[in-house]
Design a protein around this ligand. Structure first.
Ligand SMILES: CCCCC/C=C/C(=O)SCCNC(=O)CCNC(=O)[C@H](O)C(C)(C)COP(=O)(O)OP(=O)(O)OC[C@H]1O[C@@H](n2cnc3c(N)ncnc32)[C@H](O)[C@@H]1OP(=O)(O)O
Ligand SMILES: Cc1cc2nc3c(=O)[nH]c(=O)nc-3n(C[C@H](O)[C@H](O)[C@H](O)COP(=O)(O)OP(=O)(O)OC[C@H]3O[C@@H](n4cnc5c(N)ncnc54)[C@H](O)[C@@H]3O)c2cc1C
Length: 665
């Protein structure tokens, strides 16, 4: 706890129990306690220091990442941390590195696509770090189009081996995190060729480096792909390039849960959908939604606390100036982001439940919810990451000039976060997947097939295509049914409009291509409906703690009405609401902002972030921003000497030359 709390007055105005809000945010009392313990463990350990990160060279930063990962592993073993604790500890270390891909993609790929025998062989090695793995799918020439990958895995029945080969430059694996310098193994995606036939993309476990001296194995060429956007940031990660020159692996290193190649070279596909090959991506997309709420809440926490500290204008007579948080424009830019952080948190929890449910069904050979899992993970990944990336940049601007300093934490947070819009599926490509499923669902409505899951609302097509909102006052927009109906009608009408336009094209494919910009918007409308629905469902539950439910109710309304206001064109164009009802929604939004204002600092305190994790002088818990900014400036390497290096070479001769010229005049 800080000695002087500059934000004490702000905290005193909160109208709810912050400790209970922490529970609502974290999901349970247990989750709060574990997160708290792990965050403090990391914050108190000097090895996990990160305030100097943006000043390190690439090599120093990479070595620092290796050091932190090794130290984190040592602590995990020494303290016998559970899987939950270990995950949190790594999260609070907060430095992208090879371990993210080892635990986040290599292990899940083996679990999801390996047979039991393969899991027994490989997982214990991975769990104990006897091998380090990455996920090598993307190539120089192809990322989004997985079916277009070129690497080949040709079965040789003479030796019972696969020959892994990169036939072209564009088939070089390019981007996999952890590949460049750290991994000893990879799950490599390649075209399976046997008996002269190409069976498309499959996964193979391939050893890349010696377990003795880390040198590349014969036929393997690999390295780092080079520096990335921003200082510090994702440059701690060794994204890599990899080429194979006829590298041989035993047949049993093909991941054979979904399909197999027999000793004779016969291809056998189990009776399961081939899209299960994409399972690891579905798993990671699901986790990226939860990560979006973490990144967004960090940025919002910094911007809210600093906006309460920062004062500008407001007094002509030498009295105190106005906190910038009191400006209505600041509130209307910041509070929707605060509400979005909560919205993404809850939809992330729901998505995690959906994923677990679908996984259990798949185990029982029930594939009926596979499409729902794909649409929800792809769509929510796309919308939450795009919003979060834009929001971090908005938070930087909300912090004025100081937000541009590395010490604000925001530039690095943005640079680390922004590739989330691209990795694990480019957001546009993923939204077009959602749009395809929407179009398929619309086309099935005529046949009487009832949509299920998050598409179920489309079954109310007769009603939703013609309903008129009954809202007649600003307060009416506080009714969740009014919000739900408007969002459902907007999403359905946009999808139906697209379907009608597509049906007029020469072919379905051409229509889809021509209408793809509209389809993107229809997909976004559908995903926003899911987020609003899950937030409404959350606040309908019993939520303990004084005032907690009321605050969440207000944030839910802020989220929904902000989206309505921002996309008013959609709502009006589809005729779901009238211009007057749109204006009433905006009026209500203004009242909600006023309701959030006294609770704003407490609402970000509920995220329960340590100063170490936030990594921002502007977002400090105690609000003592100015001395921290001042002190931080002196730590810059440029300030190590009073007279800068280069003075004698470049500045002094210049000045002297000019002085000489002047003296001659
Ligand atoms: C810890 C964080 C660090 C992050 C590190 C980053 C790692 C990475 O980035 S790993 C590489 C990630 N790469 C991608 O995400 C690539 C994106 N591309 C794809 O996923 C696919 O190429 C595609 C989905 C865009 C297209 O797939 P394709 O097979 O060409 O097929 P269609 O579009 O024709 O779809 C056929 C059929 O399959 C359904 N479907 C597609 N994906 C899935 C899925 N994941 N799960 C279930 N079903 C899926 C699709 O809906 C179609 O269904 P039908 O219409 O019923 O046939
Ligand atoms: C930081 C980072 C880490 C990564 N880590 C890994 C990893 O560990 N393992 C791995 O295998 N890969 C990894 N990747 C690769 C990543 O998955 C791909 O970059 C991603 O899938 C996008 O593919 P692409 O680069 O081919 O983009 P492209 O598909 O070339 O996208 C270029 C543009 O084309 C547009 N576009 C493409 N297709 C369509 C379409 N059908 N319709 C309309 N527009 C389209 C896109 O919207 C985009 O604007 C990583 C990438 C990054 C940036």
């Amino acid at each position: 706890m800080a000695e002087v709390d500059h934000l004490a007055a702000e905290r005193a105005t909160a109208r709810f129990d912050v400790e209970e809000m922490k529970v609502a945010w974290a999901g349970s009392r247990h989750a709060v306690h574990v997160a708290d313990r792990m965050a403090r463990l990391v914050a108190s350990d000097p090895v996990f220091r990160k305030d100097n990160r943006t000043m390190l060279s690439r090599k120093e930063l990479f070595k620092d990442t290796l050091r932190k990962a090794a130290h984190a592993w040592k602590r995990i073993v020494e303290l016998r941390l559970t899987e939950e604790e270990a995950d949190l500890l790594r999260q609070y270390v907060d430095q992208p590195g090879y371990v993210d891909l080892h635990w986040g993609m290599f292990v899940p790929a083996i679990k999801g696509q390996g047979t039991e025998e393969q899991q027994h062989k490989w997982l214990p090695l991975a769990y104990k770090f006897q091998i380090i793995g990455c996920y090598a799918q993307t190539e120089l020439g192809h990322g989004s189009n997985v079916q277009g990958l070129e690497t080949t895995a040709t079965f040789d029945p003479k030796t019972d081996e696969f020959v892994i080969h990169s036939p072209t430059l564009t088939s070089s694996k390019w981007w996999p995190g952890g590949l460049g310098k750290a991994s000893t193994h990879a799950v490599v995606y390649a075209r399976l060729i046997t008996e002269g036939k190409d069976y498309g993309i499959h996964g193979f476990i391939v050893q890349l480096r010696s377990l003795e001296d880390h040198s590349p194995l014969p036929g393997v060429t690999l390295g780092d792909i080079g520096g990335k956007f921003g200082s510090g940031a994702y440059n701690s990660m060794d994204n890599g390039v990899l080429r194979f020159d006829h590298v041989r692996i035993p047949r049993d290193q093909m991941l054979m849960r979904l399909s197999q190649v027999t000793r004779e070279g016969k291809y056998v596909h189990s009776n399961v959908p081939k899209q299960l090959l994409y399972g690891t991506m579905v798993y990671v997309r699901q986790s990226i939604v939860a990560d979006a709420s973490k990144a967004l809440s960090r940025a919002v926490c910094i911007a809210v606390r600093y906006s309460a500290v920062r004062k500008q204008f407001g007094s002509q007579d030498g009295g105190p100036e106005t906190q910038v948080l009191n400006y209505k424009t600041q509130q209307s830019r910041l509070f929707p982001l605060l509400a979005s952080a909560y919205a993404f948190r809850f939809v992330g929890d729901w998505l995690n439940w959906l994923y677990t449910d679908v996984t259990q069904k798949l185990e029982a050979k029930d594939f009926s919810t596979l499409q729902e899992a794909h649409a929800c993970t792809a769509g929510l990944k796309a919308v939450t990451t795009s919003v979060t990336a834009d929001a971090i940049e908005e938070c930087r601007k909300l912090c004025g000039g100081h937000g541009y300093l590395n010490s604000s934490g925001l530039p690095e947070l943005f640079a680390v976060y922004v590739p989330a819009c691209t990795y694990e599926g480019d957001n546009v490509v993923l939204l077009l997947q959602v749009a395809r499923i929407l179009m398929k669902t619309v086309s099935q409505l005529a046949s009487g097939k009832q949509p299920v899951g998050t598409m179920a609302y489309m079954g109310k097509v007769q009603y939703l295509m013609q309903c008129k909102s009954a809202v007649s006052s600003a307060e009416d927009w506080l009714n969740p049914d009014a919000i739900q109906e408007a969002f459902e009608a907007r999403a359905l009408r946009m999808a139906v409009n697209c379907a009608q336009n597509i049906s007029q094209a020469a072919s379905q494919e051409e229509g889809f291509y021509e209408r793809s910009p509209d389809l993107l918007e229809a997909a976004v409308a559908h995903i926003q409906l899911i987020i609003v629905t899950k937030f409404i469902e959350k606040v309908h539950q019993e939520i303990p703690g004084h005032g907690v439910k009321e605050q969440l109710q207000a944030l839910c309304n802020v989220y929904a009405l902000y989206i309505l206001h921002k996309h008013l064109g959609d709502f009006l164009a589809t005729g779901c609401i009238t211009p007057r009802q749109g204006a009433l929604a905006n009026e209500q939004l203004g009242k909600l902002y006023a309701q959030v204002r006294p609770n704003a600092v407490a609402l970000v305190d509920a995220f329960n972030y340590t100063d170490h994790y936030l990594g921002s002088v502007l977002g400090r818990y105690d609000g003592d921003v100015y001395p921290a900014l001042y002190e931080e400036a002196w730590k810059d390497p440029l300030n190590e000497t009073v007279v800068p290096e280069g003075y004698h070479e470049y500045l002094r001769p210049l000045i002297k030359q000019q002085q000489l010229k002047l003296s001659r005049l």
